[in-house]
Design a protein around this ligand. Sequence first.
Ligand SMILES: CC(C)(COP(=O)(O)OP(=O)(O)OC[C@H]1O[C@@H](n2cnc3c(N)ncnc32)[C@H](O)[C@@H]1OP(=O)(O)O)[C@@H](O)C(=O)NCCC(=O)NCCS
Length: 220
Amino acid sequence: MVASELLTVRLRLRPFATDLSDLAALHEIQADPEHMRYYPHPFSVDESREWIKKWLAHEKQHGFSLWAIEDRETAEFLGNCGPAIQLVDGEQHVELGWSVTPRRVRQGIASEAAAAWRDQCLGPMGLDHVISLVRPENAPSRGVAERIGMAPWKETTFGSQGWRHIVYRVDAHATALGGQRSVSMSMMSAQSSPRSPASTAVRREHHRYHMDRSPLLDRR
Ligand SMILES: CC(C)(COP(=O)(O)OP(=O)(O)OC[C@H]1O[C@@H](n2cnc3c(N)ncnc32)[C@H](O)[C@@H]1OP(=O)(O)O)[C@@H](O)C(=O)NCCC(=O)NCCS
């Protein structure tokens, strides 16, 4: 497991535990029909287990993935957020995804976590841009994309059902992070806010992103 985490004002973002000990907390969220209303169906426990394994494998292969969100004070499992490679119209992009437990929605948690990952992707990870795939009906998710400075780029069909999605996008050159792109991964920086890209509280303790393995890295 990669020894790393991202800290924001209220949150700790960390990789999923390789012993699958996050399964119960994750599955409680992913089995909820209301939470899953923009997905094809609520997950069975087997689907939640495979979901964690899929993102652990992505982490191993690419050095980044969807991570667990925890409350920094209580260590409560709040959901997940992070970057993943997705194929959109035949091209690979890094997509930020997010999901927050129904118990804690509308408290700015998804925006806070997504802003931290946006800053990582467009800063230290050196990505040119990140996207987010959101169904037009998913007003809460569109709100998160917009709160972290993304704008609709185009529409596409995506996923097993071929549903229409808006492709939200934010580019490094459009943020204050464009100039930070050679910053070392071991840096420690200040506090995070969804609205101020360059102010993420980030503590990286020894993490090397395997950027050279991925064809989507059109670094400048
Ligand atoms: C989408 C989701 C992650 C948002 O999490 P959250 O922590 O509640 O989001 P935030 O509190 O950061 O909200 C950000 C903005 O989104 C919008 N928003 C959030 N919930 C909303 C709702 N129920 N209705 C309308 N807009 C909403 C608002 O503009 C909000 O900003 P504001 O509170 O300042 O007005 C959460 O609703 C969720 O997990 N949904 C189910 C899973 C899902 O659909 N994931 C995304 C797949 S693309």
